[in-house]
Write a protein that binds this ligand. Structure first.
Ligand code: FAD
Length: 398
């Protein structure tokens, strides 16, 4: 038997044990690689809120052997609604029922991030060739030509065949490789909350995903975990987006921002947990995701606004395409990384660009633009809406 690529070349080092890093670990292990995932947090885990996943991620989940596990923990909403923040009437919807599932071959799901992460960590643990290192904050890497050396904050130096920067929006690997600074803060912040399902305001479509959009603010909500809990995300524009305030100052801002919004939205605002806020940021699409034996994947390569709910989706897709490219590269890693970028750039850039467009011209319109938006979108049929999404839901990697 000949040498496998992994035996000849050393381990693949992945910086970041988020969705993208863990999926990449499984995909590489499946190709025969030894993989080491370095996560800065004391435990592999996720923030305790929901996430939406389109049908485009399921072919990747099937390849990773976790599609059934994800489905078992997911809810399948029948619609994704967009609702006008003032009149409370639907602007448009994506029907995500059986007809949607027949069209795209897979469902639209919502799942608790903690459940998704547990599935990914458990899947990694089933591979003896994957090592998960917690408390391993990476400070930098050195490309030594025929291998890489990754350094951690606690003074370790780890050798590998190549390094994958799956370290998210504020990627250390990207900072070293490209050095293009922090992601672009866009002046919006998010507050996330989970409440018991029975406490959710009755005037909302509680069984579905819904987004209520108004000028400079929106709310997204959906049920989770067999409709026992209800996930609410409130997002709005504020001058204090880069400052840390306290609960009372956050509450005052929210009350002022949402004061004219529909009563259902105001009811949800009153239920928010205001302990933590997330400033919203993305990056403009850019070429150059790799250099020598280092490569970026997921948010570190192509961070996006959440308008299409596809940031994690793109990271999951990246993972399987990446492993295919590494295998096809046959040991020529720079060539494999260039092929990976070539395969992924347009699709991920389109998600970034369309998300920015939707942010401004669908979610947060005001005045005449809102009137035009409502008339234009209300005239669309279910088929019209699906056709706009075919490129995203149908053309993912298999
Ligand atoms: C409000 C909001 C709602 C969203 N909703 C959706 C949605 O519904 N659907 C969807 O698909 N996407 C959604 N997203 C986007 C999604 O969360 C991200 O795109 C996704 O998490 C990116 O995955 P990643 O693995 O690239 O990065 P991350 O999930 O950010 O993982 C990066 C990991 O790297 C670790 N790390 C960072 N630096 C280091 C270091 N120096 N050393 C070691 N480890 C490090 C971090 O601790 C983290 O575990 C949303 C985002 C926001 C803000």
């Amino acid at each position: 038997m000949g040498w496998s690529v992994a035996e000849r070349d050393g381990a693949a080092l992945i910086v970041g044990g988020g969705v993208g890093g863990l999926c990449a670990a499984i995909a590489l292990a499946d190709k025969g690689w030894q993989v080491r995932v370095l996560e800065q947090a004391p435990q592999f885990g996720a923030i305790g809120y929901g996430i939406q996943l389109g049908p485009n991620v399921f072919p990747a989940f099937e390849r990773l052997g976790i599609a059934q596990a994800v489905l078992a923990k997911s809810l399948l909403p029948g619609n994704v609604w967009m609702i006008d923040a003032f009149d409370g009437e639907p602007v448009t919807r994506v029907r995500t029922d059986d007809a949607f599932r027949r069209r795209y071959g897979h469902p639209y799901v919502v799942i608790h991030r903690v459940d998704l992460h547990k599935i990914l960590v458990d899947a990694c643990k089933r591979w003896p060739s994957i090592t998960l290192d917690e408390d391993a904050a990476v400070t930098g890497y050195a490309d030594e030509g025929d291998h890489v050396v990754v350094s951690t904050q606690d003074g370790r130096r780890l050798e590998g065949a190549f390094v994958v920067g799956a370290d998210g929006l504020r990627s250390r690997v990207r900072a070293q490789m490209i050095g293009d600074g922090d992601p672009q803060l866009i002046g919006y912040v998010a507050h996330r909350t989970i409440i018991p399902f029975e406490k959710a305001p009755k005037g909302a479509p509680l069984n579905d995903v819904a987004l209520w959009g108004g000028p400079g603010f929106h709310i997204v909500h959906y049920p989770l975990r067999e409709k026992t809990i209800f996930n609410i995300v409130a997002v709005f524009r504020t001058d204090t987006f880069s400052q840390k305030g306290d609960v009372e100052s956050y509450r005052a801002e929210l009350q002022a921002t949402y004061r004219d919004a529909h009563p259902v939205m105001r009811e949800m605002i009153a239920m928010l947990d205001l302990e933590r806020r997330w400033p919203i940021a993305d990056r403009a699409p850019q070429r150059g995701w790799s250099q020598g034996r280092a490569v970026l994947l997921g948010d570190s390569a192509h961070a996006t606004l959440q308008s299409l709910a596809q940031g994690a989706g793109m990271a999951i897709e990246d993972a399987v395409v990446f492993a295919d490219c590494v295998e096809a590269g046959g040991g020529d890693h720079p060539a494999a990384f260039a092929a990976f970028e070539k395969k992924r750039l347009s699709r991920t850039a389109r998600v970034q660009l369309e998300s920015r467009f939707m942010w401004d011209h669908l979610y947060h319109t005001e005045g005449v633009e809102s009137q035009v938006r409502n008339e234009a979108y209300r005239a669309r049929s279910d088929e019209d809406v699906w056709r706009c999404l075919d490129w995203l839901y149908r053309d993912g990697p298999r």
